[in-house]
Design a protein around this ligand. Structure first.
Ligand code: NAP
Length: 288
């Protein structure tokens, strides 16, 4: 059995935690590099959130990830926010720097690194149709616009939620259009887009047959299709795009790269992204 003497602790705080892939991905990476760290689950009830965050400092824990439903609620308990987390008002990574708790958000950079490194493309001067307006959509929208995306159209089931995200982006000086998630509207916009990005939960396990109001024949190269969902690794949307000859990108890369960015903040070492990705893909293959 591995000795736990001197083991440094990292974890993920959320509730309920369900099937988080982060412990597997990070522990595999620590083992690969021979680092004496252990990543564990911290399912924390809402009334205990403040105690749990202060406990990071008290117990000298290296840091943690934060997931649903606490990405916004943890902020009052932190000492400093990195600029990205401040802009989003959401934290997915906490780093304990000599007793000072810093909040970061690595979701947007995770998606962007996945896009640029896995597809070898960038978004400078390009146009994207983003489906969804939840937490993941916010991180992705900010990251893409910061990276020079020229035009962003947000399509969301609940138009008010879409408008709220658009208002937030417009306050930062970006021009964004919001449309309803309807067939005839999506058809019209898809003809003009470079990227279609699904950041809604439509098509996610176990509802893998749920579909967006998009017909396969509307998906034509050079349109690039991205789906933030990683389970299944190839959603119905990505299958349709692939059958049409479009380049496709699933959510595994975003999961891995947001984790890699957190790993680097905690350890100061370059994350072994290929090892992390392999652990996630092996797990998902066993699950299906
Ligand atoms: P969220 O904040 O709950 O937002 C969910 C979004 O999906 C909202 O825009 C919601 O629209 C939309 N939606 C839900 N059910 C729908 C339906 N039946 N028809 C149309 N739209 C529907 O969730 P989130 O955290 O943004 O996550 C969204 C997806 O991204 C999930 O599949 C999650 O697994 C994935 N994700 C992946 C990563 C990664 O690392 N790859 C990271 C984060 C999230 P309304 O506003 O109308 O409710």
């Amino acid at each position: 059995m591995k000795s736990i003497d001197g083991m440094r602790i990292i974890g993920i705080i959320g509730y309920p935690l369900g099937h988080s892939l982060s412990p597997l991905m990070h522990n595999r990476a620590f083992e690969h590099l021979g680092l004496h760290y252990q990543y564990t689950l911290f399912p924390v009830k809402e009334e205990e959130l403040g105690h749990a965050i202060r406990g990071i400092r008290a117990l000298n824990i290296v840091g943690c990830n934060v997931t649903i439903p606490y990405k916004e609620q943890v902020i009052p308990f932190l000492d400093y926010l990195a600029p990205g987390a401040k802009t989003l008002g959401a934290v997915n990574t906490i780093v304990n720097k000599d007793g000072e708790l810093w909040g970061y958000n690595t979701d947007g950079i995770g998606f962007y690194r996945s896009l640029t490194e896995e597809l070898g493309t960038d978004v400078q001067g390009k146009k994207a149709l983003l489906i969804g307006a939840g937490g993941a959509a916010r991180a992705v929208a900010h990251a893409l616009l910061e990276a020079g995306l020229q035009e962003l159209v947000i399509a969301n089931r609940n138009l008010d939620n879409g408008k709220r995200l658009a208002n937030e982006l417009e306050k930062r000086g970006y021009q964004v259009q919001v449309v309803e998630l309807k067939e005839e509207i999506l058809r019209k916009f898809l003809m003009q887009m470079d990227f279609l990005i699904n950041s809604s939960s439509v098509g996610m396990y176990p509802q893998i047959e749920a579909g967006l109001p998009i017909k396969q024949e509307w998906l034509r190269p050079p349109l690039i299709l991205c789906d933030l969902i990683y389970n299944p690794v190839k959603t119905k949307l990505l299958q349709m795009g692939e059958a049409q000859g479009c380049q496709i990108l699933n959510g595994v890369g975003m999961l891995v790269y947001q984790g890699a960015a957190a790993f680097e903040l905690w350890t100061g070492q370059e994350a072994p992204v290929e090892i992390m990705k392999k652990s996630v893909l092996e797990f998902l293959a066993e699950e299906s």
